[in-house]
Design a binder for this molecule. Structure first.
Ligand SMILES: [Cu+2]
Length: 119
C-alpha cells in the first residue's frame, strides 16, 4: 500500500487454491475501494475499474504498480508508513459461492514512479 493523500493503491500477490475470481474489496480505511487495472495506451498510463480479476488455481496473481491494483478512494486519514490497513477481499468460486478473506496490508512510502493515479 502506498501512503498518499486521500487516494492510494494497494498491491499484493494473491494465490487461490481453486479457480476463483476476485470480485470486490472493502476496507474501513477508505470511503470507497475498487479493483483497477492500469494500462499503457500510446505512452500514456491510464487506469480503469474492472469488475473482477481471474484467479487461476494455484497460480499467483500479482497486483502491482502498472497492472491490477486495489484502489482506495476517500481515505479516512493520512496513512503512515508502519501502519497496516485491513483489507477484505471478496472471492467468488466457480460454484458462485462468495467468501471473504481479510488481510492486513502494510503501508509503504511510494518509492517507485507514480502509477498514474492523478485526479
Ligand atoms: Cu487505480
Amino acid at each position: 500500500m502506498v501512503a498518499a493523500q486521500d487516494t492510494t493503491g494497494a498491491f499484493m500477490q494473491i494465490t487461490s487454491k481453486s479457480a476463483a475470481r476476485l470480485v470486490g474489496v472493502s476496507t474501513p480505511a477508505a470511503g470507497m475501494a475498487g479493483i483497477h487495472q492500469t494500462t499503457m495506451a500510446g505512452g500514456v498510463m491510464r487506469m480503469r475499474a474492472v469488475g473482477a480479476i481471474d484467479l487461476p488455481a494455484g497460480r499467483p496473481v500479482d497486483l502491482k504498480p502498472g497492472g491490477y491494483h486495489v484502489m482506495l478512494m476517500h481515505v479516512a486519514h493520512p496513512l503512515k508508513e508502519g501502519e497496516s490497513v485491513p483489507l477484505t477481499l471478496i472471492v467468488e468460486g466457480k460454484d458462485g459461492k462468495r467468501e471473504s478473506v481479510t488481510v492486513d496490508v502494510p503501508v509503504r512510502a511510494l518509492t517507485a514512479p507514480a502509477h498514474g493515479h492523478m485526479k
